[in-house]
Design a protein. Structure first.
Length: 447
């Protein structure tokens, strides 16, 4: 996030200034210009908060080096002089790499905050403690800015949402909401649980899908190298001396010739389709289709589907306070799934039916078509008995246990499958090599 400060002049000559935070400097400038045009102001300056490296000393003491974020060099110099230091040098930091902090850092921050809140420690003290201990510079600086804004009395929800590019949309919303609610500890604990489950699921998905795909891809490259380069060097010697080749050797040599003659086409066929699919999947419509059909693929689809329901139920449980205020928790829970199709069906089907027709939660969820029969049955039971909040938690825990257990089994099954593929390929290469080794020239015919 980029913080900018602007100064403008009114028609009566009055000078006004303000600050705002946006994901990029260009977006911040656009927002300032729109604000200026709307209020008929004249821009005097737009300054971006950047990092300055300074060197200071006090009396005859050894110079001290440090860094400070500010809108200009004069601000840094003035602040240091007020503290009684003599400024030796102040220079702007040339390279500021503000990459997004690792997910583990954010999970750790939320989890520790929840534990300290449970011990009744004031939130401002928690932030101060964590700021001094956090190693990631981006997260440390973000928490400093949040702490300063909260101390000035800014709205916590608006403050955290400004930093959703750091925390993620859902996490930023939950942390902002927690500060305004009377249930701050529970919301932090639920958010930590959600982030841990999300991280664990992604890690398991990587083990189940990405690692095997990489293994198979490398295996394919190794086979292509053997068939296209190593094998022909031997087999073509037999062709040169007009020796008849056995079936497997002849087929492998024909395949080698095809690959050698069409190398560019083969490589393009292997590289271009995945690139096109990845690019399409990143578009809004493409992601919607991917998220829709990924829940229908064999074996992994049901697990992904149930994990989405688990996340939805866990967030819904945290935010739900009664049937009179159920729309907002449902909307936020749908966004938390990070599945565009699931979110769209909830927002475009379930919620409108509840608002316009006044139907119950169970009927609306069933109409959305993204919940399993088990989930619908449990929600129906919970709605009838008035325990829908606890029902959501029970569903979340049930699907968590089921998906964790089944995913481990699937990972083991995939590992066995990959091992079998490698074994089959190695046996095939061994048979071809063994067959080639048995080839011998015909003895000369004696007249």
């Amino acid at each position: 996030m980029v913080e900018v400060r602007f100064t403008a002049i009114k028609n009566n000559g009055q000078i006004i200034s303000g600050t705002l935070t946006e994901p990029s400097f260009s977006l911040a400038k656009k927002k300032v210009r729109k604000l200026v045009e709307k209020n008929q102001l004249k821009i005097q300056s737009i300054e971006k908060k950047v990092t300055y490296l300074y060197k200071i000393k006090k009396g005859k003491e050894k110079p001290i080096a440090g860094e400070q974020r500010a809108f200009n060099k004069e601000e840094v110099a003035s602040a240091l002089r007020k503290l009684g230091y003599e400024v030796v040098s102040i220079n702007r930091k040339l390279f500021e790499l503000a990459s997004k902090p690792p997910q583990q850092e954010i999970v750790s921050f939320v989890k520790i905050s929840a534990e300290l809140l449970e011990q009744k420690l004031p939130y401002s003290e928690i932030l101060t403690l964590l700021i001094s201990d956090i190693q990631n510079k981006t997260l440390k600086e973000t928490l400093k800015q949040i702490n300063n804004e909260l101390k000035r009395g800014a709205d916590s929800e608006a403050v955290f949402l400004r930093y959703q590019s750091i925390f993620g949309k859902f996490t930023a919303y939950m942390l902002g909401l927690a500060s305004k609610s009377g249930n701050m500890t529970e919301i932090y604990k639920a958010t930590a649980k959600f982030l841990e489950r999300q991280q664990e699921f992604k890690k398991n998905m990587k083990s189940a899908l990405i690692s095997p795909m990489v293994t198979i891809f490398i295996l394919m490259l190794a086979v292509l190298f053997y068939v296209g380069y190593i094998f022909p060097e031997t087999a073509k010697l037999f062709v040169k001396f007009k020796i008849e080749l056995p079936p497997m050797t002849a087929f492998t040599l024909a395949l080698s010739d095809f690959l050698t003659n069409n190398l560019v086409s083969v490589l393009l066929f292997m590289i271009i389709p995945p690139i096109i699919l990845i690019r399409l999947a990143k578009t809004k419509k493409g992601k919607l289709l991917v998220d829709k059909y990924i829940m229908k693929i064999p074996i992994m689809g049901p697990l992904i589907h149930k994990t989405n329901i688990e996340v939805f139920c866990r967030v819904f449980y945290t935010l739900y306070s009664g049937s009179a205020e159920s729309i907002e928790p449902i909307r936020i829970a749908a966004e938390a799934t990070d599945n565009d199709y699931f979110e769209q069906r909830i927002k475009n089907v379930a919620i409108p039916m509840m608002i316009k027709r006044g139907i119950g939660i169970t009927e609306a969820f069933e109409a959305s078509g993204v919940f399993t029969e088990t989930a619908i049955s449990r929600f129906h039971s919970g709605e009838e008995t008035g325990t829908i909040k606890n029902t959501a938690l029970q569903l979340a825990n049930y699907y968590e246990s089921e998906t964790v257990y089944r995913l481990k089994n699937i990972i083991e099954m995939i590992q066995v499958f990959i091992a079998m593929i490698i074994m089959i390929v190695m046996i095939g290469l061994t048979l071809v090599s063994a067959e080639t080794a048995t080839i011998s020239p015909k003895p000369p015919v004696m007249n």
